[in-house]
Design a protein around this ligand. Structure first.
Ligand code: ADP
Length: 398
């Protein structure tokens, strides 16, 4: 039976994550991961019906080669003619875009203009768009921006307290990330709670390798913890989150490091990894903390404490809290972190229900607070691919 399918692409500088979705029911028919793109030993792995298969990209070891191999795989499966449109994750749309867009020359130029705001990501996202235009000739492409959802933040939330000329001249302000996830989870949370999203105050924590939290009031982002870049805010896998900016001059003067080295340390060697001196992976941290590893215990507590402080802060931004929502790999799976955060926030009226919290551990959605809590907390699994597919279908009239 013929169906209309959407290809969703999420490109990094040397990677490509792809999924083919049936937009009617959200089923994923194929997923793939291209790695080492740009190096001679690039490859792509396909997953279809639980079966994995690896293809070396010898002739064209780059993004275009990966998308070409994806088309070949779709041909083998007889699905190529059913792909109706392609949706791309793009990290920064700056201040220009507060919603997803059909790709045109003007949109491509705007994504290029935002490269200074996302120097690692936007160029990679453009590689994916060009590869898709090359290989899937004639199909419409749609871009879904990570920053778009947060464009509703008020100026007092997005402005840094530094001379305003840097905002005027360079666009230096807070933009936030994970917008696609927040938009999806906010809608799902309203549905799950049986509430009107236009009359709902949510604090949503998206906790993956990168982690952030957002205040969503009446379906609109009011504030979020990530800023100009994804380094600000929570403690993350390898990122420090909030830090005194004077750490830069302190390390430069006392450890002889330059700006790039310090930036790398804060992005790649900090967070759970830096504090535990063990791992950036939350599962490992939890296992070792249970065994009493001092660094892991401290890292876990710092992650939870910073997050709890931000829950309260986001309550200010949302003008109150109807529900605290956990999502992302850690939010959906770590009952330990959820319990710690809710315990810190008990004064807000959140009381964790231990049984419900543990029952929600395998990525299931569900309430994790007691019935007599004044504020409810729920786990809602995110699905950014489906959100991108939905936007792509809507903007291409499918
Ligand atoms: P990404 O930001 O790369 O999309 P994910 O949302 O997949 O990341 O989240 C990855 C994180 O989720 C890792 O830190 C991983 O340890 C954590 N995680 C996954 N499963 C569990 C679990 N059962 N318990 C605790 N943490 C988990």
């Amino acid at each position: 039976m013929s169906q209309k399918l959407i290809l969703v692409l999420n490109c990094g500088s040397s990677s490509l994550k792809g999924a083919v979705l049936n937009n009617d029911n959200g089923d994923v028919l194929l997923s793939c991961l291209g790695e080492k793109l740009g190096l001679p030993d690039a490859y792509i792995t396909f997953k279809v019906n639980g079966e994995k298969q690896k293809v070396e990209l010898k002739e064209q070891p780059n993004h275009t080669g990966a998308v070409g191999a994806l088309l070949d795989e779709l041909k083998k499966l007889g699905l190529d003619s059913q792909i109706a449109a392609i949706g791309h994750r793009v990290v920064s749309g700056g201040e220009k875009y507060s919603e997803s867009m059909l790709v045109t020359d003007e949109v491509i130029q705007a994504i290029e203009a935002c490269i200074p705001l996302a120097p690692l990501h936007n160029p990679a996202n453009l590689l994916g768009i060009r590869a898709a235009q090359d290989i899937f000739k004639g199909l419409p492409n749609v871009v879904v921006f990570d920053t778009a959802f947060h464009q509703s933040m008020p100026a007092h939330a997005y402005t840094y307290a530094i001379p305003r000329k840097y905002y005027r001249e360079l666009g230096l302000r807070r933009y936030g990330m994970h917008g696609t996830s927040y938009r999806y989870v906010a809608d799902e949370a309203a549905r799950f709670l049986g509430k009107d999203k236009n009359n709902l105050k949510l604090v949503i924590a998206h906790l993956g390798n990168g982690a952030s939290i957002a205040a969503v009031r009446n379906g609109k982002s009011m504030d979020t913890s990530m800023g100009l870049t994804p380094l600000e805010g929570l403690v993350m896998g390898t990122r420090s989150g909030d830090i005194d900016p004077s750490v830069f001059s302190f390390l430069a003067n006392n450890a002889g490091l330059n700006i790039q080295q310090i930036t790398d340390i804060l992005n790649k060697e900090s967070g759970l990894l830096g504090v535990s001196e063990l791992s950036n992976d939350c599962r490992t941290i939890e296992e070792e903390a249970l065994k009493g590893h001092e660094g892991a215990v401290l890292a876990l507590e710092m992650f939870s404490y910073r997050l709890a402080k931000y829950v309260a802060a986001m309550g200010v931004a949302a003008g109150g809290i109807d529900a605290v929502v956990f999502t992302g790999g850690i939010g959906e799976n770590s009952d330990i972190i959820r319990a710690k955060v809710l315990n810190y926030c008990e004064f807000l009226g959140l009381k964790v229900d231990e049984e419900r919290n543990i029952a929600a551990r395998f990525g299931k959605d569900g309430v994790i607070t007691t019935d007599d809590s004044r504020v409810i907390s729920v786990v809602i699994p995110t699905n950014e691919e489906l959100m991108i597919a939905n936007d792509t279908a809507r903007l291409t009239g499918l």
